[in-house]
Design a protein around this ligand. Structure first.
Ligand SMILES: Nc1ncnc2c1ncn2[C@@H]1O[C@H](COP(=O)(O)OP(=O)(O)OP(=O)(O)O)[C@@H](O)[C@H]1O
Ligand SMILES: [Mg+2]
Length: 222
């Protein structure tokens, strides 16, 4: 069983004639390493990521993270579990405009009432190449730098799992390659399970494994 284990996962939206099976019975084990999820638009990539991250509840089937079944949690304990174990990265960086780079990065720790390990935060920001931007505000950063800050924020709690939904979607090719390369590098450095949804074949090829979805089903894994 992997770090992430799903069994017969089903998620539908809408009812009756309008029902859409966004995820249609996916059973999958994902272990440490850098994984890409690819598939046509509407194939269920984002929904699958949201189910794994406990952002959505499945209609059927189960999700386990490191052996813990997400269905045992109520809303509050699930958000605590997620905050401690899962780092989330989105296409729109979701940085807090009134907080500077350092404050954005340590926000998940503060929300959890934990004190930031300054050495570790320094190590992350050095790896991401943003160590000289810590007192700057999001509005003064380039898109690529903003995404690096959101990667830093996702790493700050030392999660075992990082879920990224098209993290390079707003970036040009060069910045996109750099961000994907950084995710791959931090994945190795911190021995994590990273799952990145992408439309970009070149980026997907950088992954250790590529998961192909089609019509809510697992098509193949390479
Ligand atoms: N909140 C929702 N309400 C209704 N239908 C939804 C909802 N979220 C997703 N869907 C539907 O579920 C299917 C899968 O959507 P999903 O967003 O997971 O696809 P995707 O593979 O991420 O697509 P894209 O590459 O365009 O981001 C689509 O048909 C979509 O319309
Ligand atoms: Mg999507």
């Amino acid at each position: 069983m992997g770090t992430i284990h799903t069994e017969n996962l089903v998620k539908t939206f809408g009812r009756g004639q309008n029902e859409i099976r966004a995820i249609d019975g996916i059973s999958l084990d994902i272990n440490r390493g850098f994984h890409a999820i690819v598939g046509p638009s509407g194939s269920g990539k984002s929904t699958f990521l949201q189910l794994i991250g406990g952002l959505r509840t499945p209609d059927k089937g189960k999700v386990q993270i490191n052996g813990t079944d997400l269905s045992i949690f109520d809303d509050e304990s699930l958000s605590i579990f997620r905050r401690r174990n899962v780092g989330l990265i989105f296409r729109q960086y979701n940085l807090i405009p009134v907080l500077n780079v350092y404050e954005n990065i340590i926000l998940p720790l503060e929300l959890d009432g934990r004190v930031a390990d300054r050495e570790y935060i320094k190590q992350i920001t050095r790896l991401l190449g943003i160590e000289d931007k810590l007192t700057m505000f999001p509005k003064d950063l380039s898109s690529g730098e903003r995404q690096k800050v959101s990667i830093g924020r996702s790493l700050s709690t030392k999660p075992m799992v990082i879920l990224a939904d098209e993290p390079t979607g707003n970036l040009d090719t060069r910045a996109g390659l750099e961000v994907a390369g950084l995710l791959k590098m931090t994945c190795k450095e911190f021995n994590q399970t990273v799952i990145m949804v992408t439309h970009d074949r070149e980026l997907a090829e950088a992954a250790d494994r590529v998961i192909y979805l089609r019509d809510g089903k697992l098509e193949k894994i390479n």
